[in-house]
Design a protein around this ligand. Structure first.
Ligand code: UT7
Length: 340
């Protein structure tokens, strides 16, 4: 059974924090941030905005674009590292706000790899007959969990949310492969404490309740793993880098993206990059990039996409997707017939 994305929606908070704003808060410069990361500004959630409220906004955007999209949704998966609460899940909170109370819902914790993991999960649920139409969400208020005193990490992150409908699509479209992984040996390079006062490999006095990161280690890991997992996903799908129309990477750092692109020999014009305006929005970054590319008419019906992501865990996730429906397939029509 072919399973793909048939609808998308996104949201970014109104407030924009520029590198110039950061210059006033930290010992940093716009020049340093742009040259090391490519980021120029990021969106920051208001005090009363959280992962669930932003996720709701992304779902509302999806419904605005595809009015029937929520009909028949029978599972909600929300990938987030900044949930409102450990429970109720952010997925359940969003479901309750968008008219899906009672629908199965849970959060997926896999840091920045989460959106691709959630797509793989949705694909599996549908293939196994557990669900037919899954609402996949990536929603983050990283601004509320980063250490604003740590100039080595806080300059990277931003807030945002993306939502997608994953369901049956006509044969020849949809997800062709996934390559997922995680290895806690790298855990101390990117972490945030929760209930336990221990994370193996992290000294206790470094365990403030904020994101801790060793940028250099994560950088090296990311360059290696994006290339390896992307290649694995391509091989599983029987594809070569030359078949890729659009590389849609997790938007962490333009230097990391460039290194992955060069490894595949994919030309710059086939890579979707919007991190200069959003920073790293973790699980929201791939849907935010994909939505922009679809809206701009860049990603079109039948295009071959390759998602590559990495994050805390350390984790990684790549996926090949034959895009269905160009500028957003309506969920009525061909896809609905297939899933009926
Ligand atoms: O979703 C996953 C999230 N994490 C990541 O993607 C992180 C991946 N890593 C990176 O993106 C990069 O490692 C960073 C952008 C975080 C840092 O870039 P770098 O080229 O690896 O710099 P560095 O950590 O090696 O630091 C170089 C210098 C240091 O000074 P010294 O020791 O050479 O004197 C830092 O103290 O830059 C200094 N520095 C800064 N200077 C100005 C660190 N942060 C800043 C800053 N402004 N914001």
């Amino acid at each position: 059974m072919a399973v793909g994305i048939t609808a998308l929606g996104t949201y970014a908070p109104q407030r924009v924090l520029t590198n110039q704003d950061l210059e006033k808060m930290l010992e940093t410069t716009d020049e340093w941030i742009v040259s090391r990361t490519g980021i120029r500004e990021r969106h920051i959630a208001a005090e009363n905005e959280f992962a669930s409220t932003m996720g709701v906004r992304a779902v509302q955007d999806l419904v605005r674009r595809h009015p029937d999209a929520l009909a028949g949704v029978d599972f909600i998966v929300c990938a987030t590292s900044s949930p409102d609460a450990l429970f109720p899940s952010t997925a359940a909170l969003i479901g309750g706000e968008v008219g899906l109370a009672g629908v199965a819902a849970y959060d997926l914790s896999c840091a920045c790899s989460g959106f691709v993991y959630a797509c793989a999960t949705a694909h599996g649920f549908i293939a196994a007959g557990i669900a037919r139409r899954v609402l996949v969400i990536g929603a983050e208020t990283l601004s509320k969990i980063v250490d604003w005193q740590d100039r080595g990490s806080c300059i990277l992150f931003g807030d945002g949310a993306g939502a997608a409908i994953v369901e049956a699509v006509p044969e020849g479209y949809g997800f062709q492969s996934f390559a997922l992984g995680a290895d806690s040996a790298g855990g101390p390079s990117l972490y945030m404490r929760a209930v336990a006062d221990r994370i193996p490999g992290v000294e206790k006095d470094l365990m403030a309740p904020k994101v801790g990161m060793n940028g250099r280690e994560v950088f090296k890991f990311a360059v290696r793993v994006l290339g390896d997992s992307g290649q694995q996903a391509l091989t599983k799908a029987g594809l070569a880098p030359a078949d890729v129309d659009w590389l849609i990477p997790h938007q962490a750092n333009v230097r990391i993206i460039d290194a992955a692109r060069e490894r595949f020999g994919i030309p710059e014009e086939k890579v979707v990059v919007n991190l200069e305006r959003y920073g790293n929005t973790s699980t929201a970054s791939i849907p935010l990039a994909l939505q922009e590319a679809v809206d701009a008419g860049r990603v079109k019906d039948g295009d071959q996409l390759l998602f590559v992501a990495f994050g805390g865990g350390l984790s990684w996730a790549a996926g090949c997707l034959k895009w269905y429906g160009g500028a957003g397939a309506m969920v009525t029509g061909a896809a609905a017939e297939v899933s009926a």
